[in-house]
Design a protein around this ligand. Sequence first.
Ligand code: MEV
Length: 320
Amino acid sequence: MGICASAPGKAILFGEHAVVYGAPAIAVPLSSIRARATASVTNSPLTIIAEDLARPPLTIEAVDLDLADPLALMSRLTMRHLGVASLTGEIRLRSDIPIASGLGSGAAVSAALGRAIARLSGKVIGDDDLSRLVFEVEKLHHGTPSGIDNAVVAREKPLYFVKDRPIEVIGIGAPLWLIVADTGIASPTRDAVSAVRSLRQRQPKRTARTFDEIGEIVRAARTCLERGAAAPLGALMTANHHLLQSLAVSSRELDWLVEAALGAGALGAKLSGGGRGGNIIALADGDSAESIGRALLEAGAKRVTMTVAGAGPHHDDDID
Ligand code: MEV
């Protein structure tokens, strides 16, 4: 018997970094790039095989299991949450979300694994519980995560997120054409978050002002999103990018792709996620999305994904 479970990648539309310090942020799921877990019943103690990574299989009941390993911690936390002391079976993990690129790869792998363990145990895990468990694992990846990645990946809906407040699902007023373009440069979120932390220690007043300005952009963006006002939304994205530049989390390659998107007619563009590498997102009107995607590839993007957020059932395409 085979059991399949999965979770999507994510893109932060507005508010990354400032969200760690209490500002609001907005994120959407990227449903076409996913982490997948395939579970099968065996007679042996639960074993996890990460097919994309060169690492030995992980036996979850091993007494010397290293709980600083995200897969080990997620497995143990899920079993404890479900009240399962011992489990047999095998779970194979695969992900097409690039690692360390700001698209939620770690959170999606944890969420897919948690869902597969629940199903292998014959139990159900709700999205809120799953999000809470993934958050514990995110602390290994990020140090001080805000919780936005686990929230959007577990719920697979556009979210307005404020740390430690109830999560709000956003209604998007008109379909939103988003282009996600990868610099191909891996950049662990932990490093970018800790660079912002030290900037904040060195320049507390200036950083606080920047976080406030980002918060204002996010609140205005929510109204635009709900009304389906794409042009002002694009301008807010670009303004958010400039504030992220002033937090020193952009890079030459990210700025280059943002400029290429704007030069090709995007309504707005910004880095998305931790920054210093990883991805940009650009907002397009429906007619120009393809040509902006091509311009980004010509400008050196290693991969371009188009997604239409808020268009009913999610729909994404890769451009080759
Ligand atoms: C990472 O996707 C977003 C950051 O704001 C970190 C976090 O919120 O935990 C950079």
